[in-house]
Write a protein that binds this ligand. Structure first.
Ligand code: PLP
Length: 430
């Protein structure tokens, strides 16, 4: 599959080049040149397929011929070696739990898939690739874990000091080997800006092969479309009008859902659920796209002022505002509302949700007010104990730590503190 840059000023790219480079030379995000819907029967009989069969069929066109089918089979099998259960709360609301992977956040799937693609492309290559990634929380841990020990790949993670949870910090600072954590005096937007500067720094990119592992990278972004198919498989015989509520930050996850819809998955509607970082909610109301600096919230993985994947969403809906509005609703919620929702789920359904999932739950409830026939599935994007302080404060019950998390909490944090781009650059060059 060829990819083009959404800035339209760069040559076409192969999948391999798009994965290795991350961004196009004109700074645009890559987008697949074509999307061929899967046969109708694929969806009709989807409950007879295993998750890896579904994933293989769904992603094949985007990665071939560069990744041979036999290799792709292994990659999806290794990527998807855990469960994706749907849990019903009531007749109108279910949640798709995406936190059963090694770092207990949904980003595990994209990170594991991308790491394996890059490992495959780099297998006969002597030059090391450096994966440079900014994280507002979960990306770092998932990427670090996904890439740990992958030959020929170094990972450098930037995270905002004091703005990620203790567990998240441990997950990205304790692995060692080919993983380095940089603690930035600043916000997530500062981290993201430094990463962008690095990718455009001629001197740097002449000296080393840099790539991204944020959802701007097609190999991180596209495999997220699997989730929507896995949920559909579990629900389509019970419900007709399946709507997904996606707690959104950089909008990579929801945008992957829209790709699943383009492949023919019968999704009725999307809900982009936001915290107060709500540029898209405001856009759908006013048709004015006005990014703002990010504001810190309890759902910190969604504290994004300028969502990088919004441009891909525009492309999917052909830059037609009405088309977008027909397919997507967006709502935004405060931290107080989020906490109330966590408590409500606990009291009414005995369900412990993390703050991101709670924002998704609130989006579902809001949408159901006008669309009572829908069955809303909100994505539970992280395990509640990854946000232990808030969760225990709200539901007033101690949570047992899952084993993956206990292990990491006992390890020692290793990070390097930086304050500006020059410090990042000298770290990378040394
Ligand atoms: C990254 C993340 C999100 C936001 O996903 P996007 O693809 O950036 O919109 C939501 N919840 C959690 C827990 C995350 O880690």
């Amino acid at each position: 599959m060829n990819y083009y840059s959404l800035n339209k000023q760069a040559p076409k790219s192969t999948f391999e080049n798009a994965v290795v480079k991350g961004l196009a030379p004109d700074k645009g995000l890559y987008f697949p040149e074509s999307i061929t819907p899967l046969p109708h029967n694929f969806f009709k009989n989807i409950d007879s397929l295993s998750n890896t069969e579904i994933a293989f069929e769904a992603i094949k066109q985007f990665v071939s011929p560069e990744i041979p089918e036999a290799v792709l089979k292994t990659i999806v099998e290794e990527t998807l070696s855990f469960d994706f259960p749907v849990v019903k709360l009531n007749d109108n609301i279910s949640t798709l739990e995406l936190f059963h992977g090694p770092t207990m956040a949904f980003k595990d799937v994209g990170a594991r898939f991308m790491a394996r693609c890059l490992g495959y492309f780099n297998k006969d290559n002597d030059n090391e690739v450096t994966v440079l990634v900014a994280t507002s929380g979960d990306t770092g841990g998932a990427v670090a874990n996904g890439f740990l020990g992958v030959k020929g790949v170094n990972v450098v993670i930037l995270y905002p000091s004091g703005k990620v949870s203790d567990i998240q910090e441990k997950q990205l600072t304790t692995l060692g080997q080919n993983i380095k954590a940089l603690e930035v005096n600043g916000t997530f937007d500062d981290c993201q800006a430094m990463v962008k500067t690095a990718f455009l720094d001629e001197e740097l990119i002449n000296k080393m092969q840099l790539t991204s592992a944020n959802s701007i990278n097609v190999a991180r972004w596209l495999p997220q479309l699997f989730y929507f198919m896995f949920a559909y498989k579990q629900l389509y015989k019970k419900y007709n009008n399946i709507v997904f509520s996606v707690p959104s930050g950089n909008f990579g996850n929801i945008c992957a859902g829209m790709m699943a819809q383009q492949l023919g998955l019968p999704i009725k509607h999307f809900i982009a659920s936001n915290n107060v970082n709500n540029v898209v909610t405001r856009y759908l109301q006013s048709q004015l796209y006005e990014p703002k600096p990010s504001i810190q919230t309890i759902s910190n993985a969604m504290d994004v002022g300028a969502p990088s994947n919004f441009i891909r969403i525009q492309e999917i809906y052909k830059n037609q505002f009405d088309n977008l509005k027909e397919n997507v609703s967006s709502y935004s919620f405060t931290d107080d509302e989020t906490k109330e929702a966590m408590l409500e789920m606990y009291n009414e359904f005995n369900y412990v949700a993390d703050p991101h999932g709670a924002v998704g739950y609130l989006g579902s409830k809001e949408y159901l007010k006008e669309n009572p026939e829908a069955h809303c599935v909100f994505l539970e994007t992280a395990h509640p104990t990854k946000f232990l302080d808030v969760v225990e404060e709200v539901i007033k019950e101690e949570q047992a730590l899952p084993q993956q998390i206990q292990e990491v909490m006992g390890k020692e944090k290793v990070s390097v503190i930086i304050s500006n781009y020059e410090e990042l650059k000298s770290f990378l060059l040394k």
